[in-house]
Design a protein around this ligand. Structure first.
Ligand SMILES: [Zn+2]
Ligand SMILES: [Zn+2]
Length: 139
């Protein structure tokens, strides 16, 4: 375990209760992460709002992104396995590269449309380029 941050009860109480700072703000103030602040609040028996603790994940800008990425990855794997079993040639259908990281692209950009007709094998770089273009079109 890491050595506990030298934050006294008085200092923490003043910041969290008197100045009404959030756990995240306290963490920034003391130059540490949120979890030692939470641990100290518990240790010093300073009551803290469990709800605001839950908000940390949602307030984190990376939270939603990570979930979305994870979801893509799982779907991709499943589809990829199905394509491997089918007669689809395993090479990039754009540049023809083989034996590289291949990904499955949904031609209509609808990830839940997993019909073989809608799937296209692309290497990572061609796939990235394609989605980059798609994003530019939307903006
Ligand atoms: Zn794609
Ligand atoms: Zn390619």
């Amino acid at each position: 375990m890491k050595p506990l941050y030298k934050i006294s009860y008085e200092v923490l109480y003043k910041a969290y209760k008197v100045e009404n700072k959030s756990i995240i703000e306290c963490a920034k103030l003391f130059g540490c992460s949120e979890s030692p602040i939470q641990r100290l609040l518990k240790k010093y028996h300073i009551s803290y709002n469990k709800k605001s603790e839950m908000m940390i994940g949602k307030n984190n800008p990376m939270f939603g992104k990570f979930l979305d990425k994870h979801h893509n990855w799982k779907g991709g794997k499943r589809v990829y396995r199905r394509m491997k079993l089918s007669e689809v040639p395993l090479l990039c259908s754009n540049c023809g590269k083989q034996n590289c990281n291949l990904e499955v692209h949904h031609i209509d950009f609808n990830r839940s449309n997993n019909k073989l007709k809608n799937l296209q094998v692309l290497c990572v770089s061609c796939h990235r380029k394609l989605h980059y273009q798609e994003r530019k079109l939307i903006q």
